[in-house]
Design a protein around this ligand. Structure first.
Ligand SMILES: *[C@@H]1O[C@H](CO)[C@@H](O)[C@H](O)[C@H]1NC(C)=O
Ligand SMILES: *[C@@H]1O[C@H](CO)[C@@H](O)[C@H](O)[C@H]1NC(C)=O
Ligand SMILES: *[C@@H]1O[C@H](CO)[C@@H](O)[C@H](O)[C@H]1NC(C)=O
Ligand SMILES: *[C@@H]1O[C@H](CO)[C@@H](O)[C@H](O)[C@H]1NC(C)=O
Length: 399
């Protein structure tokens, strides 16, 4: 019986250690204790009965009949057997009960273990899956990086190829240009003897320094300056005139600053001022004469001629040097003789507009560049002009 107990105990301890339903286990252990106690008391009772039996047997005198003794002994044996049988049954009952409970617990435990195993297996599976996924991802990342690198390399190569292509196009273009040039040079070489003979037969023709007999726009070149276009006006007598100023109320503003008067402005086709710097260069090399044509609002035409005309350099303030007057107007530019060209005159109450060779402290003088209308001084009074032009040419010997 003690052996069965030990087996139970071990099983219970295993069960306990598995931490299956603690409350049920505790109740079970309590049952076991009760059971142990009842067994102990039973054993004690049996011992007592045995002692009593022995004592009875000793105290029996020989006079007692065998029958009585036998019946008492039998009774006691029966009692004992009954008791034993009862307890055995009881024990078997409890044993069975516990076996059943054990089986139940074991099933529960097994189920739990199976569940835990399944769960653990699931976890391991998941883990391995995740790990493989991670390694796949890392692998893919690596592959992407490799691809990116390949793409970068390819792009670089493409750029290089494009550059080479461009270079080769340029080279081809240059080559073709070179070939064309070589061809052109060869052609020119062929012409060299012809040109040489032509040169030998004729002296080189330089650009004219004045208008000569031309009419309209012509390219001239004077010493010390680049070639420039001038408007030429043919003359009945002598060489053409270079027009240096023209006005006819066609809308070109003459209210300009110093730099504009210096370089010139307007259009030959309508109105313009030629430019002081160019006038300086032209009149610096030779003796020039000036011819001014005036048309008033009554359509009367006048002319004013000066037998000498020169404009000084920029350093000289484009000063005006005038010769003697001749004409059927008046010596309207008399007050401008030896004056510097200015575009500002602050001493006048009414500031004259445009640029001119203004005399100092005198505000009502000839000004062919006046903004509103050109004016010519006639005997001390100013006359508005509808049209004006100023022309120069190298001084003619016959005048
Ligand atoms: C042209 O010149 C000649 C002399 O050289 C002169 O007699 C004549 O009047 C001039 N004509 C005009 C329109 O100026
Ligand atoms: C002034 O002289 C020019 C040229 O000789 C002539 O065309 C014009 O009619 C003259 N003007 C006057 C008002 O006499
Ligand atoms: C200018 O004045 C002078 C004399 O003072 C005269 O002879 C001439 O006719 C005048 N001219 C004009 C255009 O009025
Ligand atoms: C011009 O100014 C002078 C003095 O500087 C004066 O004598 C003359 O009358 C003025 N003429 C006009 C038209 O204003």
């Amino acid at each position: 019986m003690a052996k069965s107990f030990a087996v139970f105990l071990v099983l219970f301890l295993i069960l306990r250690s598995q931490t299956v339903n603690t409350k049920t286990l505790e109740a079970f252990l309590k049952d076991l204790e009760t059971y142990e106690r009842s067994i102990k008391s039973n054993e004690e009772e049996l011992n007592k009965l045995a002692i009593e039996l022995n004592a009875g047997m000793e105290s029996m005198d020989c006079t007692e009949t065998d029958k009585a003794m036998d019946s008492r002994l039998l009774e006691m044996k029966n009692q004992l057997a009954n008791s034993e049988y009862r307890w055995m049954n009881h024990i078997l009952e409890i044993e069975n009960k516990h076996k059943q409970q054990m089986a139940t617990y074991k099933t529960v435990l097994d189920n739990k273990n199976v569940a835990i195993e399944t769960f653990t297996k699931g976890l391991i599976d998941l883990k391995s899956k995740l790990q493989s996924q991670l390694s796949i991802n890392a692998d893919q990342l690596n592959k992407i990086q490799v691809k990116n690198n390949e793409i970068y390399q390819l792009k670089k190569q493409l750029d290089e190829m494009n550059a080479l292509k461009r270079q080769s196009t340029i080279n081809r273009q240059q080559l073709s240009d070179c070939q064309n040039k070589i061809f052109a040079i060869d052609k020119l070489k062929e012409q060299v003897p012809k040109v040489e003979s032509q040169l030998k037969s004729s002296t080189p023709k330089a650009l004219a320094s004045s208008c000569s007999s031309a009419n309209g726009i012509q390219l001239i070149q004077v010493e010390g300056a680049k070639a420039f276009h001038v408007l030429c006006k043919q003359s009945i007598n002598g060489s053409s005139w270079i027009v240096i100023q023209k006005r006819n109320h066609l809308g070109v503003s003459f209210e300009r600053n110093w730099n504009e008067y210096k370089t010139g402005f307007g259009r030959y086709q309508s109105e313009f001022f030629f430019g002081l710097e160019k006038i300086f260069f032209i009149t610096f090399t030779k003796q020039y004469e000036l011819y001014i044509e005036l048309t008033d609002y009554d359509n009367y035409m006048f002319y004013a001629y000066y037998d000498f005309f020169r404009v000084g350099s920029n350093v000289d303030g484009y000063r005006l040097y005038l010769g003697n007057y001749r004409g059927n107007a008046t010596d309207g530019m008399a007050s401008s003789r030896n004056q510097k060209f200015t575009t500002t005159r602050n001493l006048c109450v009414i500031k004259p507009s445009g640029g001119w060779w203004f005399p100092p402290y005198s505000c009502n003088e000839t000004n062919l560049n006046r903004g509103t209308s050109p004016v010519w001084s006639v005997n001390g009074s100013l006359r508005n002009m509808k049209a004006v032009s100023m022309m120069i040419r190298p001084k003619q010997s016959r005048h």
